[in-house]
Each structure stands twice: as structure tokens, then as C-alpha cells.
Ligand binder design. Structure first.
Ligand SMILES: [Ca+2]
Ligand SMILES: [Ca+2]
Ligand SMILES: [Ca+2]
Length: 179
């Protein structure tokens, strides 16, 4: 970071005001988080491959209907490759692109949750080496997690309930389902 702007080492790609920043994940395994961009009109998902704050390249991963929102990243199937978790907002379905680097191998459906539940994080909360999915119920404030084994839900664990006046911070991203 210099003078508060990203230093660009290469083509930054067609990232304009119709793109939304949808999160981060290390897709090329170089230890630097890469930035996920969503082109709202087309649903195209692209990433800036980064080294620190230097943009190495812009790579298009693929496109999916804009009804599918990127909600997190993590290595679901324990192959050492970062995967992308989506929420289908009309149906509540949760699924993932299983990735090898920047190549989409498949879309795996995980399960569904009611629209009152906001997908609030992806992390390994029970420390078994497999990522889990954090939920928050918008009206009751209940916080809980799906424990996952790969892309299979093995259980739901209620963690706590907190006042709806509190908002979970998700890597600095807004909690709401809108982009
Ligand atoms: Ca990277
Ligand atoms: Ca993976
Ligand atoms: Ca886990």
C-alpha cells in the first residue's frame, strides 16, 4: 500500500463500479489473500491474484446467476485448495464451487436454511480441520453453526443468542445479504 492505493503490477481487469468486492481467499496458494470481484449484471466472478497489496492479474473464474451470492471462502474438501461458498437468496440453498486454483471443478450443494438465517462466516469453529458455517438468526439473534464434513452437514450447534442490536463482524464485510 502506497499513498493509500493499490499498486498494480499488471492488468487490473475490467473492474468498475458495476463490480462488488465479495471477499477474499488465497486461490493460488502464494500466502496472499486474493480479492473476489462480482460483476453484478452478468454474475461473473473474477479475482485479483495478489502478492501483498500488489495486483498480479485479474482472472475470471466463471459466472453464476446473481441470485447466488458469494458468502465466504474456505477449503471445504480438505484438498488444500480454497473453495467458494454461495447462498442462493431466493431458496436459501447453500452450495460451493470446489476449486483447484482458479479452475472450478464442480458445484456442490451443501444444504438449505431459511431466509431468517444469515450466513455470517465460514471457519473451522470446532478445530477438526474442516471448515464449518456460522449462522445468525435475524429476529431471535441466535448464533449457531453447521458442522461440516466436506460438503455434508453433520450437525447444527447453537452457540449463543445475542441481542439483534449487535452485528457480527465478518472480515469487515457487511452482515446483510445484499451486496
Ligand atoms: Ca493468493
Ligand atoms: Ca478445497
Ligand atoms: Ca470443523
Amino acid at each position: 500500500m502506497q499513498d493509500g492505493v493499490f499498486q498494480s503490477g499488471a492488468d487490473m481487469g475490467p473492474v468498475g463500479s458495476d463490480h462488488a468486492l465479495n471477499g477474499t481467499g488465497d486461490f493460488d496458494g502464494n500466502g496472499s489473500p486474493d480479492l473476489i470481484w462480482r460483476h453484478r449484471p452478468s454474475g461473473t466472478v473474477g479475482i485479483w491474484l495478489m502478492t501483498g497489496t500488489t495486483i498480479n492479474s485479474y482472472t475470471v473464474l466463471g459466472a453464476v446467476s446473481s441470485d447466488y451470492k458469494v458468502r465466504g471462502t474456505g477449503d471445504l474438501n480438505a484438498d488444500g485448495e480454497t473453495d467458494i461458498i454461495f447462498r442462493h437468496t431466493p431458496s436459501g440453498e447453500v452450495g460451493a464451487w470446489l476449486m483447484t486454483g482458479t479452475i472450478i471443478n464442480s458445484y456442490a450443494r451443501i444444504s438449505s436454511a431459511g431466509s431468517d438465517y444469515v450466513l455470517s462466516g465460514v471457519w473451522d469453529y470446532d478445530d477438526d480441520g474442516k471448515v464449518d458455517i456460522l449462522w445468525r438468526h435475524t429476529s431471535t439473534g441466535e448464533v449457531g453453526a453447521w458442522t461440516l464434513d466436506g460438503t455434508a452437514v453433520t450437525g447444527y450447534a447453537r452457540i449463543d443468542a445475542v441481542s439483534s442490536e449487535y452485528h457480527l463482524s465478518k472480515n469487515g464485510e457487511p452482515e446483510d445479504e445484499e451486496e
